[in-house]
Design a protein around this ligand. Structure first.
Ligand code: DGL
Length: 256
C-alpha cells in the first residue's frame, strides 16, 4: 500500500509521525511543496493548481491514496481535487467540532492560516456548530517552522503579542488549525493558561484514513518513507532534515 502525505512544507510531518505509529506495511510518500511554501497567504486558485500538480505527481509515483496534511490546501482545494482524481483523498479540517463536543459551554480559539480562517468550509462548520469560535491567523509561525525556529524569544514574543488580543482566561481551548503549528505546542503551553486545552486534527484525519482504506489492506512489514521537496526526491542530507523534524515531534509529544 502506498499512501502519500501532502503539505506545503514540514507541517504535515506531524500527521505522518502519528501515521507511522498506527500503520504498518505502508510505503509512505511525503511531499513538501518547498518551492511554494507558504500556502496560507496565496489565493485559492493558486492553491488548487499547486495541489492538483502535486497529486498528479504523487499518483505518477504510485500513490493509492492521498492525505492532505494541510488545512489550508484542504480548505481551498479538496472538493476540486476529489472531482478531478479517482483515488481517495483525505482532507484535514481544524478540529473545532471536537473542541465544541468537549467544551460546549465556552468559546474556543482557532489558530490557523489566513486562508483557512476566511474559507467557506470553516464558515459553514462554525455556523453549524453554533458555538463561539474566535479566530486568529498566525502566518509568521509558518515562516518560523520552515526555518526550524520553534522556541526562540522572537517566537514567544510573537505568540504572546498575538494571543494578548484575546481574554485567554475565558477560552476552553486552542484549536491548532494548521499542521505547522503542531511544532509550537510546548511554546504555546508556556503562554496559555493551564486550563486551556490544545486540540489538533491529527487523530480525526487518521481515523478517516483508516475508515477509507480498511485495516485489512495493511501488512505486518515495517513502514518506509520517501520524501520529496516539491517534485524532486530528497537526497540523503535532506532526508536527514525531514527525519530530524520527526524526532523533534516525538520529543514534543512527550512534553505534552
Ligand atoms: N501546513 C499548512 C496548514 O495546515 C499551511 C501552512 C502554509 O503553507 O501557510 O494549513
Amino acid at each position: 500500500m502506498k499512501i502519500a502525505f501532502f503539505d506545503s512544507g514540514i507541517g504535515g510531518l506531524s500527521v505522518l509521525n502519528e501515521a507511522l505509529k498506527r500503520f504498518s506495511g505502508v510505503e509512505f510518500l511525503y511531499f513538501a511543496d518547498t518551492d511554494n511554501v507558504p500556502y496560507g497567504t496565496k489565493d485559492k486558485e493558486e492553491i488548487k493548481n499547486l495541489s492538483a500538480y502535486a497529486i498528479e505527481f504523487l499518483i505518477s509515483q504510485g500513490a493509492q491514496a492521498v492525505v492532505m496534511a494541510c488545512n489550508t490546501a484542504t480548505s481551498a482545494a479538496v472538493t476540486y481535487l476529489r472531482e478531478k482524481f479517482s483515488i481517495p483523498i483525505v482532507g484535514m479540517e481544524p478540529a473545532v467540532k471536537l473542541a465544541f463536543d468537549k467544551f460546549p459551554e465556552r468559546p474556543t480559539l482557532l489558530i490557523a492560516t489566513e486562508l483557512t480562517i476566511k474559507g467557506e468550509k470553516l464558515r459553514l462548520l462554525v455556523e453549524r456548530l453554533g458555538n463561539k469560535t474566535l479566530a486568529l491567523p498566525l502566518p509568521r509561525l509558518v515562516e518560523f517552522a520552515q526555518k526550524g525556529e520553534f522556541q526562540s524569544a522572537t517566537v514567544s514574543e510573537y505568540l504572546r503579542k498575538e494571543l494578548s488580543k484575546f481574554n485567554l482566561g475565558e477560552i476552553s481551548s486552542v484549536v491548532l488549525g494548521c499542521t505547522h503549528f503542531n511544532y509550537f505546542k510546548d511554546t504555546l503551553r508556556k503562554i496559555l493558561p493551564p486550563n486551556a486545552a490544545m486540540i489538533d486534527g491529527i487523530d480525526g484525519t487518521l481515523k478517516h484514513l483508516t475508515d477509507i482504506l480498511g485495516r485489512s489492506r495493511f501488512s505486518d512489514t515495517p513502514n518506509s518513507v520517501r520524501y520529496f521537496n516539491s517534485c524532486t526526491e530528497a537526497d540523503p542530507s535532506e532526508v536527514k532534515i525531514f527525519e530530524s523534524y520527526l524526532k523533534r515531534l516525538e520529543k514534543m509529544s512527550r512534553i505534552d
